[in-house]
Write a protein that binds this ligand. Sequence first.
Ligand SMILES: C[S@@+](CC[C@H](N)C(=O)[O-])C[C@H]1O[C@@H](n2cnc3c(N)ncnc32)[C@H](O)[C@@H]1O
Length: 186
Amino acid sequence: MPGCEYKQFRIMQATTYEDKYGKVLAFYRDLAALVRPARFYDLGCWQGGISALMADLGVPAVAVDMDPAPLLEGYPGVEFHRDDYMGSADKYLMMIADETGPVVVLCDGGGGEEAKLEQALRYAPGLRVGDVLLTHDFGEVAESGGTTPARLYPAMAALGYDRLEMDGYDPLLMGLSMHVRVRADA
Ligand SMILES: C[S@@+](CC[C@H](N)C(=O)[O-])C[C@H]1O[C@@H](n2cnc3c(N)ncnc32)[C@H](O)[C@@H]1O
């Protein structure tokens, strides 16, 4: 399985980077430093490795999955919700609305192109200016999930999002599409 390891967790983020382990971890470290999120929302967290990493970087995390995430039990800085992030989307959007600083929301529930679009577009309208939405599996290369961003990008732009660029990273190589909300009136 492509991806990387963090502590005893597996992280599914695929990458064509040569240093696929270190680069994924470095990406989240640099993202945390750039955005300085008040909280990280990990929607479809699987084992929860990225939430654990973010918590260790000082960013508290809300991790959601319909399946149990035993490695997250009692993990400092991570609040695990065994829940349906679609059915309970209003609840998580209300939590986000109450945050005192920017959030990063990672949509990685998988399930094919329609499900990926549905997840991103369920959350995107509810985020605030300065919040960041990351979606996984929107890379243009097969190893990154291969889902075309052709429908996602215009939809995000119409909702007032710009693509977030980070020096030193081409997030598409990790299968990640990054969007920062710059207008909420769209
Ligand atoms: C691709 S995995 C996430 C991998 C993780 N982000 C990582 O990189 O390690 C997708 C996860 O989303 C969860 N999932 C899918 N649909 C869901 C839903 N509606 N509500 C909650 N979890 C869901 C699945 O149970 C699965 O664990």
